[in-house]
Write a protein that binds this ligand. Structure first.
Ligand code: NAI
Length: 299
């Protein structure tokens, strides 16, 4: 099976370096027309430069591919709209959005300043709304779309010193889950990755692990998830260093207090092990599935 992107138009945010650049280059190699978006700032989100996006575009075109640069920030509604507009102006449509742009402002919670919270939420969470909504409208109209959101183990599982980042990254899981449901009828799929890769954001944190987690090892799963061949939607994957795993949010069978019974706090204490026991868990495909589980318990 060969995965091609001929005729597809892809937006990759933060594609001037790191993971986003590997996606943009391979999409270009495989026939996609690529909007290479990158603000070109510092790892903490300050500054701006055209050169990172330009360099990725130059590499794609030198290899015979088609690409156009966008220097807009994802962190404003105007920037998000301009990114889709760039795709429409240059290539006439949009089929794929990879939300990948990111910054870090790590601080322990007690020391977190509002500005560091705001900046991180703006780029990762609000940025994904601003970039995806205009593209989603185009996709809905044409009946096809592939969305990918970049979460992080820092949000899905938690990590010291990253409340701002972790909350934004877990917010993306909620955004993708709802878009998977809203897009289902019109051929729009939405998935999430939580990557581990060497980049300017992680080089120091990773230490000796850095050389084992090249961004190129994340790229194949990301491209598969945004390909026409991929039927998956509403899923989350952990990916890095050549290991590819599904992550899911499951629900235990739990404990039912009984019809019409209001348990005491002590009843909860007595049954907390039953409530938490993982055997026989299910993975609800949406809030309605969760309600169905309740209705089943109620008989
Ligand atoms: P990176 O710093 O090389 O790439 C991020 C890119 O986003 C940069 O080129 C930057 O200029 C761009 N960017 C930042 N703010 C922007 C804005 N407002 N508008 C447009 N572009 C903007 O870092 P890396 O590691 O490749 O990060 C890619 C994504 O993966 C990020 O969302 C990051 O949070 C996420 N991630 C990375 C992990 C890793 O191990 N490298 C772990 C978990 C998540």
């Amino acid at each position: 099976m060969t995965i091609e992107f001929d005729g597809r138009v892809a937006i990759v945010t933060g594609a001037g370096g790191g993971l986003g650049k590997t996606y943009a280059l391979e999409l270009g190699r495989r026939g996609a027309k690529v909007v290479v978006n990158d603000l070109g700032g510092n790892p903490d989100g300050t500054g701006a430069a055209a050169s990172p996006a330009d360099a990725t575009v130059a590499e794609i075109t030198a290899a015979g591919g088609e690409a156009v640069a966008s220097y807009d920030s994802v962190a404003t509604p105007e920037g998000g709209a301009a990114i889709t507009q760039t795709a429409l102006d240059a290539f006439g449509t949009v089929d794929i959005v990879i939300n990948n742009a990111g910054i870090l402002r790590d601080k322990s919670f007690a020391n977190l300043a509002v500005a560091d919270l705001q900046a991180v939420i703006d780029v990762h969470l609000l940025g994904a709304f601003y970039v995806t909504q205009p593209a989603f409208r185009v996709m809905k109209e044409k009946g096809y779309g592939r969305l990918l959101f970049t979460s992080s183990a820092a949000g899905v599982f938690g990590n010291f010193g990253q409340t701002n980042y972790g909350a934004a990254k877990m917010g993306l899981v909620g955004l993708s889950n709802v878009l998977a449901l809203e897009g289902a009828k019109t051929g729009i799929h939405s998935n999430v990755i939580a990557p581990i890769a060497r980049s300017r954001l992680t080089e120091e944190l990773l230490g000796p692990l850095a050389s084992a987690v090249e961004p190129d090892l994340v790229m194949p799963l990301s491209l598969y998830l945004v390909s026409e061949a991929c039927e998956l939607t509403h899923e989350i994957f952990s990916v890095g260093g050549g290991k590819y795993s599904r992550v899911f949010i499951g629900e235990t069978p739990g404990w039912f207090a009984g019809k019409g019974v209001t348990p005491t706090v002590e009843d909860i204490a007595e049954h907390i092990c039953d409530i938490r026991a993982e055997e026989g868990y299910t993975v609800p495909g949406g809030a309605n599935d969760d309600i169905r589980l309740l209705l089943k318990a109620l008989g």
